[in-house]
Design a protein around this ligand. Sequence first.
Ligand code: FMN
Length: 325
Amino acid sequence: MPVDFPLFLAPMAGVTNTVFRRLCKAKGADVLTTEFVSAEGILHRNARTQYYLEFHEDERPVGVQLFGSEPERLACAAKAVIDWVRPDFLDLNFGCPVNKVVSKNGGSALLKDCPLLTRVAEAVVKAADPVPVTAKIRIGWDQHSVNAVQTARLLEQSGVRRLAVHGRTKEQGYSGEADWAVIAEVAAAVKIPVIGNGDITSAADVLKRRRETGVAGVMIGRAAMSHPWIFSEIRAALENGDIPPPPSFEEKWRFICAHCAAEIAWRGDEIMGMRSMRSRLMSYTKGMPGGSRLRERLSHVGGLAELEDIAALHLQALAGGTIPA
Ligand SMILES: Cc1cc2nc3c(=O)[nH]c(=O)nc-3n(C[C@H](O)[C@H](O)[C@H](O)COP(=O)(O)O)c2cc1C
């Protein structure tokens, strides 16, 4: 059933693989995207790329996010990835601030070169047709060159069908605050749906941004890493204005253990799977009572049974008042 104010899980490298995306979908995320995938990786069909591109049918609508800088290579990669995995849409990354990407003219570097950005968008839209192409931008390169409205217009004219705007400049990285006033200007300047992104941490944030900015939906990144329940909380708030109570610690631990079990099953290796979950466990336990001691133990957890023991002890300590809830 189409929703009138869709909730997007933000693409996050090293985080939003198929396992986590499906968990977020179960919690109410409407639209999912792979983490960014290099056009060259697709053209060389390397093993890592295959891992990035994997998705399950129940994730649809799901998009593949591409990055690169050469229009012809990106167009070939777009065609190749459509044949390969049949995504519902392709998303162009014009926001990545990471040096490795920017130094090769990819990601947010294209915000400084509007003619090239336009050629990239036009080439990919043409190559992908009839599969829709969307894009994700930052508001500009730095505070002196905020050009999101101009970029959005160019992308709209190039045939891009939806635009996610992260309200920070490239120079900001993840510091400072997302500028939702610029996101609102973009939403007013173009006809394609604009999805607002940056610093959403609660359902109340979404109600406020929706009321004040004219965005067609919101995209949530870091808050989903520590609190994937945010999607169901937002959906409830949008539907009836009530925000459900936060999950209990039991529920949180059940979810965390299920996430680890699913990751291990997907990787087919308990040690590798658990190791890859360690940084995720740090996010999940952020703000939990007794957090620093808990995180110390989790930083070398080796398997699912050990994790379940840590969870049981933590719940016991909370129930017994040994650590205050
Ligand atoms: C660990 C991490 C990895 C990210 N990887 C990507 C990526 O692959 N593609 C992309 O467009 N944005 C990426 N982002 C940016 C997010 O999609 C999002 O724009 C940003 O985190 C702001 O949203 P938030 O405040 O809700 O986290 C990444 C962010 C983080 C924290």
